[in-house]
Design a protein around this ligand. Structure first.
Ligand code: NAD
Length: 419
């Protein structure tokens, strides 16, 4: 153990890995390599503020594993960012990319700063300063950052521009999640939510149900939750409840999501005040008797305190870590299927991978092509995890990790890294 791996999240990842590793009797040399990040870079990010004073922040890029391909993972600008959390998230990217069978390794990065305190000009200067510092370690063939909490397509556009200035020509493949106008992919914005719904379809099918016969409650109406709701509505599922930071809405006949999206776009992005629905607390939403509960907002939303109230048949983790390990065990034993985050919210990184591929070949796909290719990968990934869980009588979380480890172990063996 060292200061990078000692954080709670990293230790939890190691526990999940150890358990899943046991299930597949993993080669111990491969396991040892997966326990630590390959490289953890700490940089000083200087920012000349609007007040002309230089301020210095700490930034990180942790590159966990590159057995399957170049490092890949998001950049988070948030006041709670620390190296151990970034390292844990980088390891989860290694496992997510392996599970989805993408030719990519795992990385994550961030700056410990509250971006809400910055003007747009300061945000741009901070991003450019950080990109210069990590520049030698990233690149289309080395490590490809993407947006995460506190960063967006604009942040990626500034990164692309700063990185490219070293070369004298555009290096579009250095980041994903860019605007479409400068090499981004169609369908990236809706990819995670859409992937959540592809997974819902597959999970329902194991219970011989279709989306148009299902009820669904969604916590969170942001990038993930809103697009999941839009897609579920299109497929004629009954979206009976949604919530965001401003409150919750309930309608047993199903909420008109098209109208709600229009309403939120005219009301600061929040659902509060939308008419034709009852209001519902977040606790009550999580306790609804629905076919599918999709927590798409917060980590630890379902925990030891409220797990006994859950009545959904299936939980699809749109957010990262919304069901704690205690709650996972309790609900799995009760017969609830929990589709884990590394599978359920993998749609975002799949379309990021598509974006990187399109940038390399300079040939861009239509939204429909992206959607069909995403569906193929999400369906196939679900099937692989489901089959493992049935064969081995394991929950879906352990099964997803076991499938991810198996691929990594095989690749490491072939590369001579597990001997
Ligand atoms: P977001 O900021 O766009 O949306 C978050 C939503 O949660 C907002 O609607 C917000 O109002 C709501 N929310 C906040 N506090 C709440 C509360 N107490 N109760 C109910 N709702 C609350 O974020 P996002 O990108 O949609 O990410 C959501 C989760 O999904 C995070 O865990 C993120 O790490 C994960 N995730 C996102 C992506 C992606 O592509 N955006 C990919 C993988 C995982």
């Amino acid at each position: 153990m060292n200061f990078i791996t000692e954080g709670e999240l990293y230790q939890n990842v190691l526990k999940t890995v150890a358990h899943a590793g046991n299930l597949i009797n993993i080669n111990e040399n491969a396991l040892e390599r997966l326990k630590y990040p390959r490289r953890a870079i700490t940089v000083s990010v200087t920012l000349k503020g609007d007040d002309n004073k230089i301020r210095t922040y700490t930034g990180y890029r942790v590159q966990h594993n590159q057995t399957l391909g170049p490092f890949k993972g998001g950049l988070r600008f948030h006041q709670d960012v620390n190296i151990s959390e970034v390292a844990a998230l980088s390891a989860l990217m290694t496992f997510k990319n392996s599970l989805l069978n993408l030719p990519l390794g795992g990385a994550k990065g961030g700056i410990c700063i509250d971006p809400k305190t910055l003007s747009p000009g300061e945000m741009q200067r901070l991003t450019r300063s950080f990109t210069s510092e990590i520049g030698p370690f990233i690149g289309p063939d080395k490590d490809i950052p993407a947006p995460d909490v506190g960063t967006d397509s604009q942040t990626m556009a500034w990164m692309l521009d700063t990185y490219s200035s070293e070369f004298g020509f555009a290096q579009t493949g250095v980041v994903t999640g860019k605007p479409v106008e400068i090499g981004g992919s169609h369908g990236r914005d809706s990819a995670t939510g859409l992937g959540v719904i592809f997974i819902c379809e597959k999970a329902l099918a194991t219970k011989n149900k279709k989306m148009d016969e299902a009820t669904i409650a969604i916590q969170g109406f942001g990038k993930v939750g809103m697009h999941a709701a839009i897609e579920a509505y299109k497929l004629n599922a009954k979206v009976v409840a949604v919530s965001d930071v401003s409150g919750g809405l309930y309608n047993e006949k199903g909420i008109n999501i098209e109208e709600l999206v229009k309403y939120t776009s005219e009301n600061g992005g929040l659902i509060k005040g939308f008419t034709g629905c009852d209001s519902i607390s977040n606790d009550d939403l999580l306790a609804l008797d629905v076919d599918i509960l999709a927590p798409c907002a917060l980590d630890h939303a379902i925990n030891s305190g409220n797990m006994e109230t859950v009545r959904a048949d299936i939980i699809v983790e749109g957010a990262n870590g919304p069901v704690t390990s205690n709650a996972t065990k309790y609900l799995h034993d009760k017969g609830v299927m929990i589709v884990p985050d590394i599978l359920a919210n993998g749609g975002g990184v799949v379309v990021s991978y598509f974006e990187w591929v399109q940038d390399i070949v300079w040939l861009f796909w239509s939204a429909e092509e992206v959607r069909e290719k995403l569906k193929t990968i999400m369906y196939r990934s679900f099937d692989t995890v489901w089959e493992f869980s049935q064969d081995q009588n394991q929950d879906m979380r352990s099964s997803a990790m076991a499938v991810a480890l198996k691929r990594l172990e095989k690749a490491m063996t072939l590369r001579g890294l597990a001997w």
